[in-house]
Design a protein around this ligand. Sequence first.
Ligand code: NAD
Length: 489
Amino acid sequence: MTLSILERSVVASNVAPFEFALAHGDGIGPEIMAATLSVLEAAELSLAPREIALGEQLYRAGHSAGVAPESWAAIEGTGLLLKAPITTPLGGGVKSLNVTMRKTLGLSANIRPSVAYAPYVPTHFPGMDVIIVRENEEDLYAGIEDRQTDDVFQCLKLVSRSGCERIIRYAFELARAQNRKKITCVTKNNIMKLTDGIFADTFRTIGQDYPEIVQDHMIVDIAAARLATDPHRFDVIVTLNLYGDILSDIAAEVAGSVGLAPSANIGPRAAMFEAIHGSAPDIAGQDIANPSGLLLAACMMLDHAGRGGAACLIRNAWSRAVEEGVATRDMGGRLGTRAFASEVIARLGEEPRKIKIAKPAPPLEIVHPADAITVAPAQRECVGIDIFVQDRALDPNLLAAALRAVPLGAFELKMITNRGVKVWPDPNPNTITTDHWRCRFMAIQGIRVTRTNAIEMALLLSRAGIDVVKTEGLYTFDGSPGFSLGQGQ
Ligand code: NAD
């Protein structure tokens, strides 16, 4: 390996020990991590990893989140974690380690670039280059799930205005720093008007500060279809947690292979870098896994840590190798994991001839949460209460009669819905119902009520034998309703 003067200066700047926490992971994890570290070491980075145990062995040892308490100190101490994929055991009682890591460390931005390397990696979309910026902590991934009745289970979707601001501001800043031309906001705000609605509204508001960037909004279903068939129409996508999870796998797959895609999880004080794929138990221990996703994630870590020169050195060697046909099985080649890494190492100091030459990327910094929160307190007034009831009789007229038989003072029954659709008054006989009923009580016009009045009313119903399973306060915020209507209301 012969290094140019520029590369020697890069190397010289890399002699300070590079500290980061490191987890070898499960399945193919240890193989691709060994290959990745061999390339980093060959790039003459003076590595000082602090190894931590995560994943299967920790789950087995009784840590339900897959992480030992002492591991947090190593991550917080270095602010960086390079993590190989882990296996999440199936079944109850176990929490997703990835979700725990992201939320405990406040890693609110997930950045997933998907780049096509045609013709070296087969794809229908040469030239594809899309970055997905995914909100990483909220949405249905809050993990708040309950069984409500014999029949019905619930998962709570939580979206905060401050969380939307944080991720959307981040996406615009990233686009600006990387000279990207367009951002597409993806939501389902035609259905979820409050949660996805606040995401889309925040996108429009923050977008006004970035007039040089083209902005559009798409509903997630058509966005997914277009990403799979015409990815060139996208540049940067910013979206909620669940949609981002799905869209980024589609993007990685259509770009060539999930084995190539890296991912960064960025917070104000710590950041975690990983491949987007899982632990691939089907090919573990065979030396055939593609280490590229993790290696390119390590390059994102180097960018983030201000070692962009080293990241370029590795990316360029990787691109040169790929151009010369160096490929693992999933890329259409025959090389094993270790041989692939050796080929990259052999090209350190070279530049690609066809694939774009890598340039140092700016650190993927994030706005500190305290700086991002601009939510002003609103005048909140209680105007009613939704009382959720289990009732197996499946007759909304009978239920309404039972509810109205209880003297309720300042409240009156306005509506009953079942799985969101109005079934009282005027039930449609075709509507299929479950045992889970939302009974909406509103304050009688002209009477002011408080949350306490509403809860006392729920207690009255409960004492009268109604099987109340939960309540949800209905408020206005500065006079605007903070709740959705029933479908068909
Ligand atoms: P997977 O990504 O592990 O595998 C899907 C398919 O892609 C498999 O056929 C696999 O062989 C292939 N593949 C994945 N990575 C590859 C690579 N580097 N080189 C070549 N081929 C590769 O998804 P899965 O099978 O659904 O999940 C397996 C386990 O991984 C599960 O326990 C899951 O919970 C876990 N998982 C972990 C993470 C993570 O730690 N970040 C992410 C996703 C899934």
